[in-house]
Design a protein. Structure first.
Length: 252
């Protein structure tokens, strides 16, 4: 392909902390987090207009003029339409699952029975009972048509939260349908597409986003808010920030 001199994004690796804020703010889906840093997927996907610039908290993004492949709108559309592409809707939920293994089979455990509710963990030294009411829990494995999403109060939690917060089953999870993922290592654009499809398909009542205090986790609420906006549904979103020692640092 003949290169032309044009404007295109440049990412300063030293400044980039991998937070992922830029990813859902690139409508072309040309940015991804790879090995903890933002990367340009391909030169022909960046239109050089810089819509992502104002969303980078560290100033790692800038527009430069250099020799590059020409911007290719058709390539953008093809990439967005592909499974896992930034705006690629999960047209057929089952087909959108990344694997066909039994761990992805949807299961609804039903509402907590009186016994389970009575045994809900209230003390760290008490016998444990899981507050989980459904399966699967990974964002990538839950189809937008899953019955447990209907009228749900969602808890969208970063992978590290249940490991850090000592009373996850006692305080954050009860009464909520949990979806779990990592905005640092997973594809943020695919998350936006998945949540947009969920919010369009299921009448979700509310979303609580639980994330870690570290900057790499800051992309998770941005992803959810972007999907709420794209779905055009007035779903309330609140945020809980957990410290690395497990304490609740902030709860909106
Ligand atoms: S928004 Fe975050 S991930 Fe994107 S370039 Fe800036 S620091 Fe890196
Ligand atoms: S803190 Fe958040 S973004 Fe960072 S690795 Fe854990 S879940 Fe992923």
């Amino acid at each position: 392909m003949t290169k032309i001199k044009r404007q295109i994004i440049e990412i300063d690796e030293e400044l980039c902390n991998g937070c992922g804020e830029c990813v859902p703010n690139c409508a072309e889906g040309s940015l991804r987090i790879v090995d903890g840093k933002a990367r340009l997927v391909a030169e022909n996907l960046c239109d050089g207009l810089g819509a992502c610039l104002g969303h980078c908290p560290t100033g790692a993004l800038r527009i430069v003029e250099r020799e590059a492949d020409p911007f290719d709108e058709a390539a953008v559309e093809a990439m967005l339409a592909a499974p896992g592409g930034a705006a690629g809707p999960a047209s057929e939920p089952a087909a959108s699952l990344p694997c066909g293994c039994p761990s992805a089979q949807v299961q609804d455990f039903g509402a907590a029975g009186a016994c389970q509710a009575a045994n809900r963990p209230v003390r760290l030294d008490a016998p444990r009972a899981s507050a989980l009411t459904h399966w699967p829990v990974q964002i990538r494995l839950v189809p937008p048509t899953a019955p447990f999403l209907k009228d749900a109060d969602l808890l969208v939690t970063a992978d590290c939260v249940p490991a850090a917060h000592p009373d996850f089953h006692g305080t954050l999870l009860p009464g909520k349908v949990v979806l779990l993922g990592c905005p640092k290592f997973d594809d943020a654009a695919a998350y936006v597409a998945r949540f947009t499809e969920i919010f369009r398909t299921a009448p979700v009542r509310s979303v609580t986003v639980a994330r870690m205090e570290v900057p790499c986790c800051g992309g998770l609420p941005a992803i959810v808010r972007k999907a709420v906006e794209a779905a055009g549904r007035p779903i309330p979103v609140r945020e809980v920030v957990i410290g690395t020692r497990g304490e609740v640092l902030r709860a909106e």
